[in-house]
Design a protein around this ligand. Structure first.
Ligand code: ADE
Ligand code: ZN
Length: 319
């Protein structure tokens, strides 16, 4: 659906379509263990978050140069614009690239070549959010934050992603304190596969302004009440939840119950190349399968701008 919307939960590496993966593999002479795009697509059958992450990190091998990151981001922005996205807050995973020997500057400058001209080229305003890999150490996260200091004019905030269970938010207390001291906005994945207590910890210990996913809050009525009272935005990703089996089928997604409870929900695509749809596809899917009314869909679109890191005057332009 092409209602104007902001996308607040989008991993740029998760927008790597098979066709572009093979194009970049050729360009950079990287061998992929798949014969062609068809065989690669067949690998998109996931049991859980980890089985997806294994493929997600494997395919990043084709991203080598500034131009690769620029092409990746431009391809996403063009697709997002075609589905009504007017503003995108884009995650990237610096450690997944620096551990392969890339410079952080290659990643940030490459992405910026696309993001810096996105309003003019695609009609999409952007923000960049640097995520720490929660299954890597807190020391590595802190080193990454320090390495990012020369690029803080391009980075709006920090996030926390990758394998959730066993890596509670508290592990990153110091790095989030340091990020706050640098004036960075804070978000974190919590309650995707991890328990509701991780959501509480992300709020209380990391000081996050939004919770990415937050789906499992529904298991804790007191937490739901708090999230409603404090109007904490949740960046839900319905197609992702089905593909990663946190929800059995889309028809059983708790989004309608979450809206009825008064939660400030938004709908996003997470890793659209892997999960079968961009932001508009996620809107279409919840409209068709969950029977959301037009009023509910407008609420979701309105929430996406309200929960964004746009300034008030920019927000109004988006709607
Ligand atoms: N990295 C990319 N997509 C992710 C997701 N859905 N959850 C956690 N980490 C991720
Ligand atoms: Zn995510």
């Amino acid at each position: 659906m092409s209602v104007p919307k902001a996308e607040l939960h989008l991993h740029i590496e998760g927008t790597l379509e098979p066709e572009l993966a093979f194009e970049l593999a050729d360009r950079n002479r990287v061998e992929l263990p798949y014969a062609d795009t068809e065989e690669l697509r067949k690998a998109y059958q996931f049991e859980d978050l980890q089985s997806f992450l294994n493929l997600y990190y494997e395919l990043m091998a084709v991203l080598r140069t500034e131009r690769d990151f620029e092409d990746l981001a431009n391809a996403y922005l063009a697709r997002a614009a075609a589905q009504g996205v007017r503003h995108a807050e884009i995650f990237f995973d610096p450690q997944a690239h620096t551990k392969r020997g890339l410079e952080l500057g290659t990643v940030v400058e490459g992405l910026w070549r696309a993001l810096g001209s996105s309003e003019a080229n695609h009609g999409v305003s952007t923000r960049l959010i640097m995520c720490f890999l929660r299954d890597d150490s807190a020391e590595s996260a802190m080193e990454t934050l320090r390495a990012a200091e020369p690029y803080l004019d391009r980075i709006t905030g920090v996030g926390l992603d990758s394998a959730e269970v066993g890596h509670p938010p508290v592990k990153f207390r110091e790095v989030y304190e340091a990020a706050a001291a640098l004036g960075l906005r804070r978000v974190a994945h919590a309650g995707e596969e991890g328990p509701p207590a991780y959501i509480t910890e992300a709020l209380d210990v990391l000081g996050v302004e939004r919770v990415d996913h937050g789906l499992r809050c529904m298991e804790d009525p007191a937490l739901v009440e708090r999230l409603v009272r404090e109007r904490v935005p949740l960046t839900l990703c319905p197609l992702s939840n089905v593909r990663l089996r946190t929800v059995d089928v889309l028809a059983e997604h708790p989004l309608p119950a979450m809206l009825d409870a008064g939660l400030m929900c938004t709908v996003n695509s997470d890793d659209p190349a892997y999960f079968g749809g961009y932001a508009g596809d996620n809107f279409d899917a919840v409209r068709q399968t969950l029977g959301l009314t037009d009023e509910r869909l407008r609420e979701l679109a309105r929430n996406s701008f309200l929960a964004s890191f746009l300034e008030d005057d920019e927000e109004l332009r988006g709607q």
